[in-house]
Design a protein around this ligand. Structure first.
Ligand code: ACO
Ligand code: ACO
Length: 151
């Protein structure tokens, strides 16, 4: 897998992939403006994406991470999370944050396997900020679970 930074002035972000991680195109566009977008390619095909958004001079957040459906479950997501963390470290950040839904069991497993620890819950985040109801694993997504890794 080859991972490279996308220059958003020149190339459009892969919205189809970004929307797998976040169903609100409006939210995606708003953090793309503030963040850094990286894409992963296999045989010159874009199969993954992640977006890093600085919170302050010490903290940065992985706001969006996604792998194309036919490439999931093969270790690509783990490689992207590890790349994002190493990238944040190289840029001098001390803490990486990530947030996901209470219903996102696989994502919670992945982030903890990569070394993230749960730090809190933003109650009703998805209920307040998303018009459409989100259901995963038979669970309604209501709250955001916050995780972080100290570098
Ligand atoms: N129980 C235990 N472990 C699990 C479970 C589960 N239910 N589900 C997944 N895992 C583990 C896997 O076993 C694997 O760990 P392992 O390598 O130790 O076996 C790991 O989680 C998944 O690893 P990958 O194969 O590397 O992940 P994948 O390539 O499928 O990418 C991703 C994960 C990015 C979440 C992908 O499924 C995806 O794009 N989903 C849709 C978009 C999405 O939900 N993005 C995250 C939203 S939150 C955010 O963007 C900040
Ligand atoms: N992803 C999504 N859903 C899952 C997952 C998963 N990884 N694992 C379980 N579930 C769902 C199942 O799909 C099922 O839901 P469904 O009926 O909608 O499909 C539900 O969780 C499990 O239901 P049951 O079959 O009724 O549960 P079970 O009889 O297995 O009992 C229990 C669960 C009590 C946790 C049992 O596994 C057990 O005794 N485990 C060991 C002891 C333990 O861990 N106890 C809890 C510790 S915490 C405490 O005690 C307060």
């Amino acid at each position: 897998m080859e991972i490279q930074k996308l220059h958003l002035q020149e190339t459009k972000a892969p919205m189809d992939l970004l929307l797998l991680a976040d169903p609100s195109e409006e939210q995606v566009n708003s953090y793309l403006k503030k963040g850094q977008c990286y894409i992963a390619k296999i045989s010159n095909r874009i199969i993954g994406v992640y977006v890093l958004v600085p919170i302050n001079s010490r903290r940065i957040e992985i706001k969006n991470i996604a792998v194309a459906e036919n490439e999931q479950g093969k270790g690509n997501g783990k490689e992207l999370v590890k790349h994002a963390v190493a990238n944040a470290c190289l840029q001098g950040y001390k803490v990486v944050e990530i947030g996901t839904g209470n219903s996102s069991i696989g994502q919670l497993a992945l982030y903890q396997k990569c070394g993230f620890r749960i730090t809190g819950v933003r109650k009703n985040f998805f209920k307040k900020n998303y018009e459409e109801e989100i259901v995963e694993n038979g669970i309604t997504c209501i709250d955001m679970v916050r995780l972080e890794m100290v570098l």
